[in-house]
Design a protein around this ligand. Structure first.
Ligand SMILES: Nc1ncnc2c1ncn2[C@@H]1O[C@H](COP(=O)(O)OP(=O)(O)OP(=O)(O)O)[C@@H](O)[C@H]1O
Length: 229
């Protein structure tokens, strides 16, 4: 589903690469934690999958396509197949919960009849039934992150990328979000999550890829967090 073939990314003006000749394959339906110290290259890895950054050398394949070769008008289609969730939720503050989730479908031209059906189903799936009329600031942090997950998943993407999704949440709320991501993963959605949350990684026992200075220093099938923050 995702393949990195000797991918190096050096940002302009930087001597050291943020990612250094990374070779990696992530299969459809896998759940992968990306761990590593601040600056080790996790966000760069995720941005390359979305073509928000482009490799300096090497190739990135998503769903069999080398995404550096996509013409720019095809990039939105790629991004539709990759849902994203971030630490800071990134909801639209002036839209209700329902409108936030519906917006993800409106911008890709889905018909109103489908939106009216799928949005309540997805809100129910993430445990927000009855809260569709609320504004984001009327929700707890955990509920806001559930909205963000609903928005990322409403279009049933092949891949869900989560960059520190529990970074602003307390431990109990974080567990709830992880249960949700696990459930999404069980629908055969590939999940790639960058995190500094050692207890979550240790509880889930999924594949763990550790980056250090842009290199993969560990890749374990049922790993633990395994290093000191
Ligand atoms: N836009 C940029 N321009 C120049 N250098 C950058 C840029 N983005 C990242 N870097 C550098 O690339 C390296 C990897 O950064 P990256 O953001 O991928 O790390 P990270 O593991 O996601 O860190 P964190 O855990 O703090 O989010 C760092 O040395 C960083 O300073």
């Amino acid at each position: 589903m995702i393949r990195f073939d000797k991918v190096t990314k050096t940002y302009p003006g930087q001597k050291r690469p943020a990612l250094d000749a990374v070779d990696l394959e992530i299969e459809k339906g896998e759940f992968v934690f990306l761990v590593g110290a601040s600056g080790s290259g996790k966000s760069t890895f995720l941005r390359l999958i979305l073509r928000e950054a482009r490799p300096t050398s090497g190739r990135v394949y998503v769903a069999g396509k080398e995404i550096n070769k996509l013409s720019s008008w095809k990039v939105p289609k790629l991004r539709r197949q990759v849902g994203t969730v971030f630490q800071d939720f990134r909801l639209l503050p002036n839209k209700t919960v329902t409108e936030n989730v519906a917006f993800a479908l409106e911008v890709i031209g889905k018909p109103r009849s489908e939106i009216n059906k799928v949005v309540p189903e997805t809100l129910e799936m993430v445990g927000l039934e009855g809260k569709g009329h609320r504004m984001p600031d009327e929700l707890s942090g955990g509920e806001q992150q559930r909205v963000a997950v609903a928005r990322a998943f409403v279009n049933r993407p092949m891949i869900l990328i989560a960059d520190e999704p529990t970074g602003n949440l307390d431990p109990a709320t974080s567990v709830g979000i992880m249960k949700l991501l696990d459930r999404i993963n069980r629908t055969d959605t590939t999940v790639v999550m960058a995190t500094h949350d050692s207890s979550i990684v240790d509880q889930m026992r999924k594949r763990v890829i550790e980056l250090e200075g842009g290199l993969i220093v560990r890749d374990e099938a049922r790993g633990i967090y395994g290093y000191q923050n």
